[in-house]
Write a protein that binds this ligand. Sequence first.
Ligand SMILES: C[S@@+](CC[C@H](N)C(=O)[O-])C[C@H]1O[C@@H](n2cnc3c(N)ncnc32)[C@H](O)[C@@H]1O
Length: 301
Amino acid sequence: MNGKTPHIVQYQGSKRILAPQIMKYMPKRFNRLIEPFSGMAAISIAVAQTKKTGLYYINDLNAPLVNMLKAAVEYPDLLIEKYSALWNKQFDYGLDHVRHFYDVRQQFNDGNESPEIILYLLARCVKGAVRYSKEGKFNQSPDKRRHGTNPQNIKTNLCAVSKLLKGKSKFSALDYREIFAMSRPGDLLYLDPPYQGVSNKKDNRYFSGVSFVEFVSALESLNRKNVDFLISYDGQCGSKEYGEDLPEGLGCRKILLNAGISSQATLLGREATTYEALYISRNLLSSHEHVIPQELMEAAV
Ligand SMILES: C[S@@+](CC[C@H](N)C(=O)[O-])C[C@H]1O[C@@H](n2cnc3c(N)ncnc32)[C@H](O)[C@@H]1O
């Protein structure tokens, strides 16, 4: 884990902690890093601390999230100022500061998708988990024990992230298949689709389940174009496996990354290590085999 890598705000499913392990499987250099399922863009931020590439394409179907990332990178001072004003307002509510979260959530659900609003909701909600109802309304609850990330921490992180990505990054809020279609040989795609367990939920305007069959067929299209990719795709905790393996026909190598002790299992009185699967694409293996050390490849399952 690289304690010095900045991050904007907590986000469920963030690969911040795993980023150093994932980057070991990337080529030394590539033209552009593309994250079609960027979430909080943890991998772009981590890669930007290296010299692997100088161009980043950050995409996520969740438009308010991407707009917030864009504001964080391009206008960090303005976002920090607006976030601080919003965050400080909770103290006008006295002991009832939780009601401030519900008021801001209501503003978001009434159509105010300003970057500071989504940033505050994420900074304040339980586990940084974006949850939407079937109608597309943000319905995650506040973490009642905390006030949400304080503006000083946000400032430190936003300034650091902006320094790494400003002037080098493009942003969009499209379906991942449109991003696949615009990718070219020489790009590296890092793919982190939603966990298969959440893929069957009804789609709404911020979130679409990613069907296994469609995802596999989209990966075949990348193989045909000789575009390099890495995929984080579920994994296992103890002996319990999550999600279906990707088909062998894709020619990927599956590696298990150690994601640490499962807090869920610990709560249940068991100790189990969680592993997250990382698939290395066929083209990446054949064209860059020499850059992936043999001892790393031995972790393949
Ligand atoms: C597991 S999260 C990615 C986390 C990210 N790697 C990080 O470190 O923060 C998956 C992301 O996929 C996005 N998503 C879901 N369906 C999508 C689609 N059809 N196209 C693009 N993005 C999608 C979700 O909004 C979510 O942010």
